[in-house]
Write a protein that binds this ligand. Sequence first.
Ligand SMILES: Nc1ncnc2c1ncn2[C@@H]1O[C@H](COP(=O)(O)OP(=O)(O)OP(=O)(O)O)[C@@H](O)[C@H]1O
Length: 459
Amino acid sequence: MNHAILIIDDDTMVATSLELLLKRAGYRAFSVNYPDDALPAVEEHKPALVLLDMNFSIDTSGRDGMSLLRKLLAAYPRLPIIQMTGWATVQLAVEGMKAGARDFIAKPWDNRELLNAVSIQIDKLPPGFGHGGAAAGATEGSEKAGEVDTFSGIIGQSEALNKVLDQARRVAATQASVLITGESGTGKELVAEAIHAASRRAGKPFVAVNLGGVPAGLFESELFGHKAGAFTDARADRKGRFEMAEGGTLFLDEIGDLAPAAQVKLLRVLQERQYERLGDSRVRKTDVRILSATSRDLQSMVTAGTFREDLLYRINLIHLHLPPLRERPEDIPLLAEHFLISARKRYERPKLKLGPDAIKWLRRQPFAGNIRQLQNLMERTAILAPATVIQVEDLDRNTRPQPTNESATPSGMTLEEMEIKMIKAALGRSGGEIAATARELGLTRAALYRRLEKYGIGT
Ligand SMILES: Nc1ncnc2c1ncn2[C@@H]1O[C@H](COP(=O)(O)OP(=O)(O)OP(=O)(O)O)[C@@H](O)[C@H]1O
């Protein structure tokens, strides 16, 4: 049976063309032009989905759309609503998502994108929803049973982290570009991976590229690929990151480090959704979802003229900010425990545990390097602690700079040397297998690649 879709838009032209589009796609579509008619129309048609225009012309601020959204959700909490917004009201769209809307489409819309967004929501409906009536379906049931929470590997219980993760869960199912900000080591890449894994692109690749590490001259080749002979070192054809991520997600890490010329090239591809390999005139279409991350303040960079506003606009439909660890000390004991458990296995010290004072001490540390620093500290301590109960002194010794050599550890090695040693050892154990090595070290694949590149370690 065809699902019913209700369109709420005061522009009759828009409403009619949406009705036509949806009918052609096999839905039963209805529309109303006045906010006051919305609730009675839901009663009457029992839609499986509502397309709601947020900008009624009576009040272009979008307040009307917002209050109607809230009213609809108050009456039918489980009714899927897709908002439609103009570019100028992205902020409003984000507010709407927080209020419970499932997705949003920017006007003017792209037919394929709109139908895609509609079918994603329809596919998620519980059986009978929108047939037996929105009101019945709207109040029944909770989330689908048996669903894997792809965010469960992100440890922490602080309100600050949970708030971000809730937003991330909500936007995961949409196609929206997400910008993840936060200091180094706060888990931006981890969140990006979880968003990808929770999205309908999960079966397709997640490709990360560290834009800070790509030399300006290699930017196009790295992202779009090249044809053999395109430049001196281009000996063979090469796929770019966009091509590798086709159908999946492209994670643009350190996007704030992108040079102005590269910003223009990236923007063009994001706008046109097509690109050419260097030295190849064939135009390739791209279907990737863009997630970006940076520890920089892009808004200030826009003001200073070092980051393009139009690019920020493209990548920043949704903004998630990961708070530094010092602002969520309640997460520290859980994280420390989590890292200790994996280090215990790795270094075959199953009895190792944290003493109560050590936990208190950890909670007070500033952790400028955030979770990565805590992870390294637990790792080093697991190797070096003399007894099974880790004491404050064991942790402190591994944190404090040594008097003889600023960055030397008690074993005489610098942290970098130690990291290199650990990476090489793990690579040896896994026979050079990247995924297994990354897992063993508690790193993401991209983070491991970054380190291999940084330390010049070949696999
Ligand atoms: N909440 C968390 N639970 C478990 N592990 C975490 C959490 N947050 C971060 N980590 C771990 O900390 C390390 C750093 O995280 P990640 O690489 O995602 O940070 P980042 O913000 O992307 O850092 P950078 O900006 O330096 O690239 C990783 O090994 C990651 O697995």
